[in-house]
Unconditional design. Structure first.
Length: 189
């Protein structure tokens, strides 16, 4: 059965300022799940027939963008689930979208790996990863609290040039890049 994804102003709940929260309603096989958008609208600014903000609604553009992005996110997930022929419920859809893992910074990922390696007593690997971490810390001047998406080809080329300028040989550079790639892959997992 098809899954319905729609937006509505939830009149059953009234906030202290008289506004109603905006919700996404997920329907499948007679089951419903409501997910808050984190935004509330006063009833005079909401068109209940068309389920969208009226023209005179304050922050109309922001609300429209939020609605469009959330609707697209849920609809894309429904299409993916149907394409893969996976079973799902409105509740599992909501959990899949709302509990997406947050991205870690490079430093956080290294820290997590250090802890795992100490716990499992892989001290040889720990030394290699610490060497890689210290090299990256030197390169970034102790500012390794960056998301992985900032590491692109240009960043990597500059890092390689920096390593060459410090007198690192190709084998050392290869080891550092191999270790960084490993950390990157573990972050993706």
């Amino acid at each position: 059965m098809a899954t319905g994804v729609s937006i509505l102003c939830y009149k059953s709940k009234t906030l202290a300022n008289g506004a109603h929260p905006l919700m996404i309603r997920l329907c499948k096989d007679g089951k419903k799940k409501y997910v808050s958008l984190g935004v509330a609208v006063l009833p005079q600014f909401w068109d209940f027939e068309k389920n969208k903000p009226k023209r005179n609604c304050p922050n109309k553009i922001v609300i429209d963008k939020l609605i469009a992005s959330k609707m697209a996110e849920y609809n894309a997930l429904v299409v993916d689930m149907m394409a893969e022929r996976k079973e799902y419920t409105p509740r599992s859809l909501a959990q899949a979208v709302e509990q997406k893992p947050q991205g870690q910074t490079v430093a956080e990922m290294y820290g997590r790996l250090f802890a795992e390696m100490k716990k499992t007593e892989r001290l040889g690997n720990l030394a290699v990863y610490k060497y890689s971490f210290n090299s990256l810390m030197s390169y970034t001047r102790n500012k390794l609290d960056i998301p992985f998406r900032e590491i692109d080809c240009v960043w990597l080329k500059r890092y390689e040039e920096w390593l060459h300028a410090r007198g690192c040989k190709d084998t050392t550079i290869s080891q550092l890049f191999r270790t960084l790639r490993s950390v990157f892959n573990k972050a993706i997992e």
